[in-house]
Design a protein around this ligand. Structure first.
Ligand code: CA
Length: 228
């Protein structure tokens, strides 16, 4: 399980310590020293999770968490607040701002990794290794295998990620822009038309077992996976 983790921390030593540990665990790390810097990165591509320091120069971590939660595009990104404060009322304020979890400094790398895994499982199940199954179509991220009606289905890497995202977010309409954000991660140089190309390939691959019918085109909106 490797995810893109955006670390927003203005203390260089802590930023370094967190980044090194996350990279060691196989995550891809983006670093920012302020909310403003973080926001420029988030505009380019959505990270899978944000570690957000409470006390930052300029916009505070709390204010930035509120802003992320208030915007449609960034609403779903898991946020873990980092703070040196341990008081209960601060913790409540942090969670009320929209943070998913809360870590008080100093914390152990092991605890940090466990918390990241937990928020990803809750908010972004496509980033965990849990197998998913819908109507006889089964996808196992751990072995990278997909099978339908008992037979193995070969998929390209993009189709695999796309199917994983659909299967973990069924019955919801996803626009092409959202799919680019969530499946490609960086849509700056990718045209929306590209999504249609990969949808076509995915449907072709699923045809043999009849599961192509699960992926519906929603006119002028995007695509949806049926739950059954
Ligand atoms: Ca700080």
């Amino acid at each position: 399980m490797n995810s893109i983790v955006l670390v927003v921390e203005d203390e260089p030593a802590i930023q370094e310590l967190v980044a090194v540990n996350l990279e060691h665990a196989g995550h891809q790390v983006l670093r920012a020293s302020s909310a403003e810097e973080a926001d420029a990165m988030v505009r380019d591509a959505l990270p899978d999770v944000i570690l957000l320091d409470w006390m930052l120069p300029g916009t505070s971590g709390i204010a930035y968490a509120r802003r992320l939660r208030g915007a449609e595009r960034t609403r779903g990104i898991p946020i873990i607040m980092l703070t040196a404060r341990a008081e209960e009322r601060d913790k409540i304020e942090g969670l009320e701002s929209g943070a998913d979890d809360y870590l008080t400094k100093p914390f152990s790398p092991k605890e940090l990794l466990a918390r990241i895994k937990a928020v990803l499982r809750r908010r972004a199940p496509e980033h965990t290794d849990d197998a998913v199954e819908i109507d006889g179509l089964r996808l196992d991220p751990a072995t990278h295998r997909v099978s339908g009606a008992g037979r193995e289905i070969a998929l390209g890497p993009t189709e695999f990620r796309m199917l994983h995202f659909f299967m973990t977010h069924p019955e919801r309409v996803h626009s092409r822009t959202q799919l680019l954000d969530r499946v490609w991660g960086d849509h700056v140089f990718v045209e929306e038309r590209t999504v249609d190309v990969h949808i076509r390939r995915l449907r072709q691959a699923l045809e043999a077992s009849g599961h192509d019918r699960l992926i519906e085109t929603v006119r002028s909106s995007g695509y949806r996976m049926r739950a059954a």
